[in-house]
Design a protein around this ligand. Structure first.
Ligand code: URA
Length: 154
């Protein structure tokens, strides 16, 4: 049930162009991890590596996060799901640098994140950095935790 709902979500959003980020994205980046996860980590948006691979938190920042989680609690990864406020790399042009997503971009992409929350029903949502901490609106029944964005440590 969770799996088919998640597949429909991916199908619905993988070609989204509701905001300009969908037009510059190489790949739309949905989520990564277990659909029965207890912990949902939410970052800003995909970086270049994630944009190329279509998977969140697989670049340098993601590797640091995974390593920290493994060291803190080896079972963490098995119980986690990773997603971002927006599905597409926030940038002003194809070759331009990454930037934080705007409030409008986050709002436009929020039905996707709400659906992810509805499917996973995590016990805790961990907001990575100030953009998710300012702009994430809908934790449902999950407990919300604020944490540093791993890029701050890098
Ligand atoms: N930073 C994020 O916020 N999300 C990613 O997926 C990668 C880097």
């Amino acid at each position: 049930m969770k799996y088919s709902s998640y597949l429909s979500l991916v199908k619905e959003w993988k070609t989204c162009e509701k905001c300009p980020l969908g037009k510059t994205a190489y790949k739309h980046v949905m989520g990564r991890g277990r659909l029965d996860a207890d912990f949902l980590f939410i970052g800003e948006g995909p970086g270049r590596t994630e944009d190329l691979e279509g998977i969140p938190f697989v670049g340098q920042v993601g590797q640091l996060l995974e390593e920290a989680l493994k060291q803190a609690y080896p079972e963490f990864l098995k119980r986690s799901f990773f997603a971002n406020l927006v599905a597409c790399r926030p940038c002003d042009s194809l070759r331009g640098p990454n930037r934080a997503p705007t409030a409008v971009e986050v709002k436009t992409c929020s039905p996707r994140l709400e659906k992810i929350l509805e499917i996973i029903k995590p016990k805790a949502v961990i907001l990575l950095g100030k953009t998710p901490q300012l702009l994430f609106k809908s934790g449902g029944t999950a407990e919300i935790f604020n944490f540093y964005h791993p890029s701050y440590i890098l």
